[in-house]
Design a protein around this ligand. Sequence first.
Ligand code: GDP
Ligand code: MG
Length: 441
Amino acid sequence: LSERLSGVFDRLTKQGALSEEDVKTALREVRVALLEADVSLPVVRKFVKDVQAKATGQAVTKSVTPGQQVVKIVHDELVEVLKGEGDPGALKIDNPPAPILMVGLQGSGKTTTTAKIAKRLTEREGKKVLMASLDVNRPAAMEQLQILGNQVGVDTLPIVKGETPVQIAKRARTQASLGGYDVYFLDTAGRLHIDQELIQQAADVRDVVEPRETLLVVDGLTGQVAVEVAEEFDDKIGVSGVALTRMDGDGRGGAALSMRAVTGKPIRFVGTGEKVDALEEFDPERIAGRILGMGDIVSLVEKAQETLEAEQAERMLKRLQKGQFNMNDLKSQLEQMLKMGGMEGLMGMMPGMGKMKGQMAEAGMDDTVLKRQIALINSMTKKERANPQILQASRKKRIAAGAGLEVSELNKLLKQHRQMSDMMKKLGKKGGRNALKQALG
Ligand code: GDP
Ligand code: MG
């Protein structure tokens, strides 16, 4: 934001920069919020340290307090840490039938979560799903899955007593192939604690079916334990994703943060109740909001930032209308273009700019060029940016050298600026305010 527009806003930015003291004060509260949400201490320490470094010196948006600003920064950082790669709900189930292995401690919610995900795949993606219980330890565990299957309308592998988990897994694979299933879930047995036998059982099954996904189900209420369990399972069996259960009620999501920070495993699903449709795709924003419990402050700061951006755009518009299109304006335009994915963006939208766009395309304008142009403007003094017409040979040489580029490149930039500036003036005079406004978004 601070980079977006200079001039008037430079001043404002400096006045409202976050001091180290502001950040420290605000982070004390954040620290408490994180610990209360059951985030593990080392994770809290590292997180707070990272945010401290990031936040100090950052601009405070007009009309919010430094504390509120820090909360917003913390929120964004939380989302960043929580976010895995790609779409959390998208399971790798191409190449049918795709085996999905469900692992976790007893009572973590494996069987329930299996049925929940199976239901989701069936209803939302129209997949043909088979579920098999490999839980030969707990009485009635297989029947539990069968009942859930009936409830959600998903097939279960017929129960045959006396088989080993590996035998059941093989039977499930055969049945899934013959029956034309897209996916088959293998719901393994759990123990109250991780032990060798449990791990071995899951590993044997893994080696036989080579699961496309191995989803670890952990109780989100167990906080630190959940993270230890995840590390152990990942180490011994290999985990491709995590489902956090019992995130309804009091679970404040701290386990999610520790889980991401410590194991780096993507969280795919969140269980929010005992009912079969109490399953959500993992949403970092929502969990971040829950951990911080300061959702209203976050939206307040967002609103203030939006307002400020609108004000900046308005001011820019006024300057453009008056024909005051200087290098600072050009720079923010270039940065905007870069943000919008290069040349196609802004220029293409500007009325009457088609020709110049063509010229630029000819000149091979791409992101590298944009970045070089920005570097050139950066190496100008304040005065030069405001009045590019004062640029004579010696100044040009200095500027080009400062950016590590040729004077010819600077000349191209200046020509581009003149053309744009003329265009803006014309548009402004013709009362092209609306066109301009539209073009600037
Ligand atoms: P498993 O031993 O890992 O297969 O666990 P189960 O699937 O049998 O679940 C154990 C208990 O936890 C059952 O009573 C479930 O209804 C309950 N449960 C599972 N997921 C959730 C959840 O997300 N929220 C709540 N409140 N209860 C859950
Ligand atoms: Mg079970």
